[in-house]
Design a protein around this ligand. Sequence first.
Ligand code: GTP
Ligand code: MG
Length: 366
Amino acid sequence: MTIGIGGAGSKIAAKLDSNATLINVSETELNKVQGGSKRIVAQVRSEHGQFRGSRKNREIGHDAYLAMRREIQEIMRGEKIFCSTGGGTGNGITSGILEDIAKMQDVPISDKTFFGIILPYAKLETSEFVNNTIEFLTGPLNDAIVSGNTGNIVLFSNKRKFEEAIAEDAYNQMLVDSLKVFLSVPDKNDRFKLLDGHIDHEDFALFISKSYFNHFTYFEYDPSIDFGKQLDDNLNNLLLPPESPIEALFLLEVPKNGNPTEFYEILKYFVSLKVSPVYSVVENPALKKPAVTVSLLYSRQPAELVEDFNRISEEHVQAKVKKTIEQNVTLPKLEVNLEAEAKKAAKGRGDVNDEVLATLKRLGKL
Ligand SMILES: Nc1nc2c(ncn2[C@@H]2O[C@H](COP(=O)(O)OP(=O)(O)OP(=O)(O)O)[C@@H](O)[C@H]2O)c(=O)[nH]1
Ligand SMILES: [Mg+2]
């Protein structure tokens, strides 16, 4: 089962899983989401919360979590939780969940929770979204990862959505489709003829139960080109870029009668990084060229994570500086216009000796 928390989390979870449980403090927002099967309205003390959500206040989301803590803890074991970090509801409720996860002891593999987190695009979104995100990344998310009690964490970014002006629903579909490619790895092992290696459901469950960030991607594989280069060129731009991997997984799909030994090059690449990946090679008759699904598990210190996130914020500052420069550059033009306008006005009044111009000059305007 999938759990979606807050606006973005609910919309994405409902698209991924028609049985998703959707949680929001705003009943109005909850009712607008298409799909999903169960809806939980989280109770908040503030009288307007039920209609207006947490209004970017993560404390309100956090309070709501405390009131429904037991219910959430029961449903989240071994599941996937989706939320954004910008608003108050998804961020606040998920912060509460992560704080409790950090305090747990010996969480079994099958109980680990996978988190899909949607980060704002700092360049075009409000500073409240950015500040909430930094609090979330450096606080509850970091503590939960350090405890080793979470499953994989996928950091989705809204960068492309804003840069390419993609409609929200279409972008959510892109995020879900991309995640589905990764999640289909064990099913493809079941469905297609196996040529080498093996990733069964248990192997996959173990992989996604690890407390690391997961960057997954999918691309056509050309065995004549260095794998590392192809990977760099085909990173998933719906996610934050990865760091050097600690662990990895790949599935190579080759066309019918394709070469089943091409995967050795991919293995060699990972061995050069001192990573021994979980892998498998299958025959997919629908393909014309080989294709590879890769997942990299990496770790980040909270400061580095915020730095990654701030790289986008820096562009924000640069954009602001550029705007200021542009405004300054237009100033001399404004002065010229002002003189021309003043002359025109004076002429229009038949005032050739022009008191208006003299006054403006005295005031230093011309
Ligand atoms: N990709 C994507 N991002 C979204 C969507 N809806 C909101 N966001 C982003 O999520 C952040 C805002 O969080 P929401 O999920 O709307 O907020 P919330 O958790 O409901 O919290 P409040 O509304 O403040 O109570 C911003 O960065 C938005 O750009 C969506 O459907 N898809
Ligand atoms: Mg909301």
